[in-house]
Design a protein around this ligand. Sequence first.
Ligand SMILES: *[C@@H]1O[C@H](CO)[C@@H](O)[C@H](O)[C@H]1NC(C)=O
Ligand SMILES: *[C@@H]1O[C@H](CO)[C@@H](O)[C@H](O)[C@H]1NC(C)=O
Ligand SMILES: *[C@@H]1O[C@H](CO)[C@@H](O)[C@H](O)[C@H]1NC(C)=O
Length: 190
Amino acid sequence: MTTKFLVSFLLISSCVLSIHGYRDDTGFIGKVDPKSFGLGKPKTLSHFRFYWHEIFSGNNPSSVRVVPSVPKYNTSSTFGSVGIFDNVLTLGPELYSKVVGRAEGLYAATSQTQLTLLVAINLALTQGKYNGSTITFLGRSPIAQKVRELPIIGGSGVFKFATGFVESRTLNFDPVTRNNTVQFDVYVFH
Ligand SMILES: *[C@@H]1O[C@H](CO)[C@@H](O)[C@H](O)[C@H]1NC(C)=O
Ligand SMILES: *[C@@H]1O[C@H](CO)[C@@H](O)[C@H](O)[C@H]1NC(C)=O
Ligand SMILES: *[C@@H]1O[C@H](CO)[C@@H](O)[C@H](O)[C@H]1NC(C)=O
């Protein structure tokens, strides 16, 4: 009687475990065939060129400083300041050119002596087969440098498991409003 009970208990609990997908107590579910995520095919190194438009002025700025800099540090470094942006991405350098997505992210001024930013950016693309896919990059951006290189740390949709880097160049900057246009050359392995 007891053995029967024990056997059915074990059967029921193993059913419950398999329904929930638990295999052991570490959370490990199982091995996955990389092909099920489209991996295993030769990778493509794609080059995209986008322009972002960062607008600090007017009633609907696309970039806002949310934490002011710490006054006791070199004022030109703006050390400690943090900002959030949701800037439009276009195909050409003009604000009225075709919109291909958004650049959402944040920056923090992380150098005590010069204007150097830690940036974390999600490019959320909206056109063609890239609609709904994202590319994420994170890196160090010394603003005074003509070209800043930022590592791509991943992506979603067609950019799952992406690697690569982004070259970022400021095309114009208005010192009064701080509005600026930046060219992104995205080199992404996916
Ligand atoms: C800054 O952005 C605002 C809002 O779009 C715009 O009206 C203004 O012309 C821009 N300023 C410059 C110098 O680009
Ligand atoms: C403050 O920043 C300016 C511009 O980067 C630099 O020339 C100057 O040496 C800095 N001063 C200090 C005290 O770090
Ligand atoms: C992108 O995808 C969204 C959500 O599926 C859809 O509403 C939108 O029309 C698509 N945009 C383009 C340009 O295909």
